[in-house]
Write a protein that binds this ligand. Structure first.
Ligand SMILES: Cc1cc2nc3c(=O)[nH]c(=O)nc-3n(C[C@H](O)[C@H](O)[C@H](O)COP(=O)(O)OP(=O)(O)OC[C@H]3O[C@@H](n4cnc5c(N)ncnc54)[C@H](O)[C@@H]3O)c2cc1C
Length: 381
């Protein structure tokens, strides 16, 4: 088994992991970034970058790349209920529709350009040690098992991974009753808008990404999904529940090789520093997708983790301070958004309260603006 040393080892090369790697490498840290898959790869995601992501991606040097890919510009959100109630509002800025297939790949390449040691097809299987004594990661790849010793470890491995069970994280003992599905389509255009069409126990987002393709992405309660028995049967049932979904899918053609799915999606509180790993992105906490803010939180949270890691590497704070201050800063920045997102999601899953709620926000526009503004960072634009 080979053993390597670095300042910071990052587990997971999604948005949070790649962006943390770029910030750290720019500060002169020796960074190893470990990603279980190869690039590019598809991810279950609505693929709408909320308005504040423009500033965050600019800070990572991706503005020119984004311009070349011509993402879809999105400034309006519409929510519908099965009974036909609907509500439409302007977003606080322009969101961008771009596939994760392209975006994660671009960020990983940017990290490699900054000198990050990017190891793909490498799964982290364990973490041991402490911040005081350094941490030791064990990894598995096609080349075999290997070990890495790092002064700081950042956990950016997403919503739910086998590693969470290995680390015995408390949230894995709570129920996680959601399934996510996504696929790309050729279909009726949705200029400048994201549509969220609800059905009993779930909602399906439709929005454009680059090249005029449409991303359909949905979240559904596990028991509702299982009742249908298969993905095609569930999709047919879902379209019967909301006439807007039936109308759109009737004119759309699947262009992905298949529907991508994930299960056990945890909308629960997580520990931000666990076994001395600084968790970030979805590994620290996942916001309900309807808020469209998970990617912004991943990018911003990565910056926060990188800043804290750097001050520890420079001996500006002790291990005890790092644990305490990072967790406190993360909670201060994201806790309200997470709670509000979960509350709104509970409404969206129930057609009758939702229909009433949509009438209410139509009658009281400031209420809708309150929810839109408080599920994101509106200062970052
Ligand atoms: C249905 C749905 C729709 C959504 N829609 C939107 C949206 O429209 N807009 C938005 O902003 N957010 C959305 N989100 C949220 C968004 O997708 C996430 O918040 C975002 O992907 C978080 O990025 P991340 O880097 O933390 O995790 P990820 O992007 O999931 O990256 C984690 C990476 O870690 C790797 N990994 C896992 N385990 C290991 C291991 N042991 N070793 C090495 N690597 C590992 C994985 O392969 C993966 O590449 C949605 C989420 C869901 C579920």
């Amino acid at each position: 088994m080979t053993d390597r040393r670095c300042d910071v080892a990052i587990i997971g090369g999604g948005l949070a992991g790649c962006s943390a790697a770029i910030y750290l490498a720019r500060q002169g840290a020796r960074v190893v970034l470990l990603e279980a898959k190869n690039y590019p790869h598809h991810k279950v995601c609505g693929e709408v970058l909320s308005p504040e992501c423009g500033v965050l991606l600019d800070g990572l040097g991706l503005t020119e790349w984004l311009g070349q890919r011509q993402p879809a510009a999105i400034d309006t959100v519409e929510i519908t209920s099965p009974s036909g109630a609907h509500w439409e509002a302007r977003l606080p800025g322009t969101a961008l529709g771009i596939s994760r297939y392209a975006l994660d790949h671009a960020l990983a390449e940017q990290a490699a350009c900054h000198g990050v040691d990017l190891q793909t097809e490498t799964t982290v299987t364990g973490v041991q040690g402490t911040l005081e004594d350094s941490l030791r990661l064990t990894t598995r790849s096609p080349a075999g098992s290997s070990a890495i010793t790092a002064r700081v470890v950042i956990g950016a491995y997403g919503k739910h991974s086998r590693l969470d069970h290995t680390l015995n994280r408390a949230f894995t003992r709570q129920p996680q009753p959601f399934v996510g599905l996504k696929a790309h389509f050729d279909g009726p255009r949705l200029p400048c808008r994201i549509e969220l069409h609800t059905f009993p126990g779930g909602y399906c987002g439709l929005s454009e990404i680059e090249n005029g393709k449409i991303n359909a992405c949905l979240l559904v309660q596990n028991d509702v999904f299982r009742q249908a028995g298969s993905i095609p049967a569930f999709l047919a049932w879902m379209q019967q529940q909301n006439p807007r979904l039936a109308a759109w899918f009737a004119s759309a053609r699947l262009i992905s090789d298949r529907w991508y799915s994930i299960s056990q999606i945890p909308f629960v509180d997580k520990t931000v520093v666990d076994r001395d790993v600084l968790m970030t992105g979805d590994a620290a906490g996942l916001i309900a997708p309807l808020a469209g803010n998970g990617m912004a939180m991943a990018l911003r949270g990565a910056h926060l983790a990188a800043e804290h890691a750097i001050s520890f590497l420079r001996h500006e704070r002790t291990a005890a301070d790092l644990r305490r201050q990072y967790a406190a800063d993360w909670q201060r920045e994201f806790r309200l958004r997470l709670r509000l997102g979960r509350l709104l999601q509970a409404f969206l899953l129930r057609p009758q309260p939702l229909a009433l709620g949509l009438h209410l926000v139509k009658a009281m526009p400031p209420l809708g603006h309150f929810f839109i503004h408080n599920t994101r960072d509106t200062h970052l634009r």
